[in-house]
Write a protein that binds this ligand. Structure first.
Ligand code: FAD
Length: 369
């Protein structure tokens, strides 16, 4: 049986950032990932937006870790050559009635520690995004974009340099309590870990059950994208968002100019049963064109083509509107740390999540953080 201080289940951005931080602390750590490569689930099926931290209720982990993680991510991208841009973002109002909502969003963001949020007029909007059809918007200067695939690779590389061991093609099949921690069963070997971090994304509920941890449910929620045809990419320069859904179920179908120069529109929102169904019953192109026309006049289905999709690992059912990240020492099994329910802004927050997980591991092992 192999022995290790910390085993992390899940090699997405949550698991990789945690492994990197824990290894840098001097503990031995490995990451079990069922796929042959890291980050193949949600970590590379998202908008690639670095969120400033505007949207989340004050005092939540999402609010705190987004702001912390955003700053860490910009610095990390610079230090490790990850393609990114602090492009700024416009949240647009469609009519005067929505201006009060922009002001409320501005207040919430400012309370969360987001600097520079400003209501801007047509002249400002025209200079940034001439095609966007609105008179008033909220400008968020610290929002940006990152190439998620390159970010995953850089997390893996820098984690390995600290001594973290990545185990691709290693699915956790079962686990047994052991006097010194938890014995993790995989197809190839059994690993005895003093602490196990659950960073299994969409499967975190099933993994928690295997580990003898807390019971919770992950609700898969698909988000689909379309993209502008190459000839129409010039219509968007950066990030353009509507106001978030009143239901609280998402930030609204938005426009993203990626680090590669593509322009995406999405993601939609649909709860579904399956955790791995990205393609069946896709939204028609016309629904994306209709969403696009709320931001840019005259967009038709000829300007768009269907693009990818991602699946959010939500901790709440459709009848509820918010759940915070579940990051804590497990309440059932003291050898488990939960890093579960990491839906948006989980990409932005990942380095801050990793640092928090490292501190919880240190606390559990009773070593100085
Ligand atoms: C449509 C969409 C848009 C988004 N846009 C943004 C955005 O613009 N900005 C932002 O900040 N966030 C965004 N997010 C959220 C962000 O993508 C996620 O919060 C983040 O990727 C979660 O990472 P993770 O590592 O927790 O999960 P994952 O990336 O899903 O990683 C979990 C890993 O665990 C592995 N695993 C599961 N079970 C096992 C097992 N039994 N054994 C071994 N391995 C296992 C999986 O294979 C997977 O690789 C978006 C999400 C979606 C779906």
């Amino acid at each position: 049986m192999e022995r290790i201080d910390v085993a992390i289940v899940g090699g997405g951005v949550t698991g990789l950032a945690s492994a990197r931080a824990i290894a840098a602390r001097g503990l031995s750590v490995c990451v079990l990932e069922r796929h042959p490569r890291p980050g193949q689930d949600t970590s590379t099926h998202n908008s690639g937006v670095i969120h400033a931290g505007i949207y989340y209720p004050a005092g939540t982990l999402k609010a705190r870790l987004c702001v912390e993680g955003r700053d860490l991510m910009y610095a990390f991208c610079v230090a490790h050559g990850v393609p990114h841009a602090r492009s700024g973002k416009l949240v647009v109002a469609h009519d005067d009635g929505e201006i009060a909502q922009l002001e409320a969003l501005q207040r919430r963001g400012t309370d969360n520690g987001v600097a520079g949020l400003t209501l801007v007029d047509r002249a400002f909007i025209e200079a940034k995004e001439p095609s966007v059809n609105t008179r008033v918007a909220l400008w968020s200067p610290d929002s940006g974009i990152v190439n998620a695939e390159e970010y995953v690779k850089a997390l893996l590389r820098t984690g390995a340099a600290e001594g973290a061991i990545f185990l691709p093609g290693t699915k956790l099949l079962g686990a047994d309590r052991h006097p010194e921690g938890i014995a993790l069963r995989t197809e190839r070997e059994t690993i005895l870990a003093r602490i196990v971090v659950n960073a299994a994304g969409l499967y975190a509920d099933e993994v928690s059950k295997m580990l003898g941890g807390e019971a919770f449910t992950i609700y898969p929620c698909r988000g689909e994208y379309a993209e502008f045809t190459p000839a129409k990419r010039c219509l968007v320069n950066g990030l353009v968002y509507p106001l978030p859904h009143a239901s609280g179920h998402g930030l609204g179908v938005h426009l993203v100019r990626t680090t590669g120069g593509q322009v995406w529109i999405g993601p939609t929102i649909r709860y579904q049963e399956q955790k791995d169904d990205y393609e069946s019953d896709r939204e028609p192109l016309e629904s994306f064109a209709a969403s696009a026309r709320r931001l840019i006049d005259g967009v038709t289905i000829d300007d768009l083509r269907l693009s990818g999709s991602g699946i959010r690992a939500k901790l709440h059912p459709p009848s509820e509107s918010f759940a915070d990240f579940l990051i804590r020492r497990d309440r059932q099994n003291p050898a488990v740390i939960q890093a579960s329910g990491i839906d948006s802004p989980g990409l932005t927050s990942s380095l801050a999540v990793g640092n928090l997980v490292r501190d919880l591991v240190a606390e559990s092992l009773d070593v100085a953080p």
